[in-house]
Design a binder for this molecule. Structure first.
Ligand code: B12
Length: 211
């Protein structure tokens, strides 16, 4: 267990090489893959999430930690598949058509991955039809749409409509600086989250996992 605490610390510090080294060492030492994921990698991101909630860390620190977690995940992923460990859920995210902002979207994607979701990132400037096509392809249970421009917020409504018309059953959450809970309600989305941490709690709720 001590090694996993050290692994969580490496993730919190954003120390990529140490996180990879400790993940490899834990695997070689016979530690259960699920424990490495839950207590080491996700454990580290949970510590960071709590610090973010208390305004003790800033976006760059979260990005750096998420990158360390992602690199260590690459070592773990084949083992997770071999051990039959299922993701918390499948999440897909994209920035809506006409909008090129992706820093917030990437942060949400990374935090979601850090929370144990299988994540499909469909990129920026994504037309409604591509959202529909990709949600089907990925089998996502939750879809996230990001918009940073007031002029692209209507594309969220258009995309949601296209998904409903196509009979897509995935839950939809919306976010981005100008997006509010009121907007989410107005367009018929299942929820809105202010930031990446809140997005993780919301996604967990939407797939029926523990918040
Ligand atoms: C960086 C930036 C850019 C970069 C984008 C680079 C990139 N790769 O993303 C560049 C230079 C390309 C750019 C271009 C433009 N930009 Co700009 N840009 C910004 C800026 C400064 C920061 C945005 C950002 O990354 N914030 C940091 C991230 C972490 O925060 P965030 O995106 O809000 O994400 C968080 C939450 O919102 C949430 N979230 C985000 N997405 C999602 C999704 C889901 C599902 C959920 C649940 C949550 C969630 O979680 C995130 C993490 O906590 C903002 C100003 C600002 N302070 O917001 C202007 C801003 C958004 N831009 C603006 C404008 C006008 C433009 C341009 C039109 C400028 C121009 N005339 O060309 C173009 C538009 C290009 C286009 N078609 O998209 C305006 C928008 C005004 C408005 N209300 O519509 C802003 C507000 C600046 C301003 N004050 O005028 N921009």
């Amino acid at each position: 267990m001590a090694d996993l605490k050290e692994l969580a610390d490496a993730v919190v510090r954003g120390d990529q090489s140490r996180a990879v080294e400790l993940t490899r060492a834990a695997l070689a030492g016979g530690v259960a893959v699920k424990s490495i994921l839950d207590d080491g990698l996700i454990g580290g991101m949970d510590i960071l999430a709590a610090r973010w909630k208390r305004n003790e860390v800033y976006i760059p620190e979260v990005l750096i930690a998420a990158r360390a977690m992602k690199t260590a995940m690459e070592v773990l992923e084949p083992e997770l598949a071999r051990a039959g460990v299922k993701p918390v859920g499948k999440f897909m995210i994209g920035t809506v058509q006409g909008d090129l902002h992706d820093i917030g979207k990437n942060l949400v994607a990374m935090m979601m991955k850090g929370a144990g979701f299988e994540v499909t990132d469909v990129g920026i400037d994504v037309p409604a039809e591509k959202f529909v096509e990709q949600v089907r392809k990925s089998g996502a249970q939750v879809v996230g749409m990001s918009a940073l421009l007031t002029t692209t917020m209507p594309a969220m409504e258009k995309t949601l409509k296209a998904m409903k018309e196509a009979g897509v059953e995935a839950k939809v959450m919306v976010g981005g600086a100008p997006v509010t809970g009121g907007w989410a309600k107005k367009i018929g989305a299942d929820g809105h989250a202010e930031d990446a941490i809140a997005a993780v709690s919301l996604a967990r709720q939407l797939v029926g996992a523990q918040p």
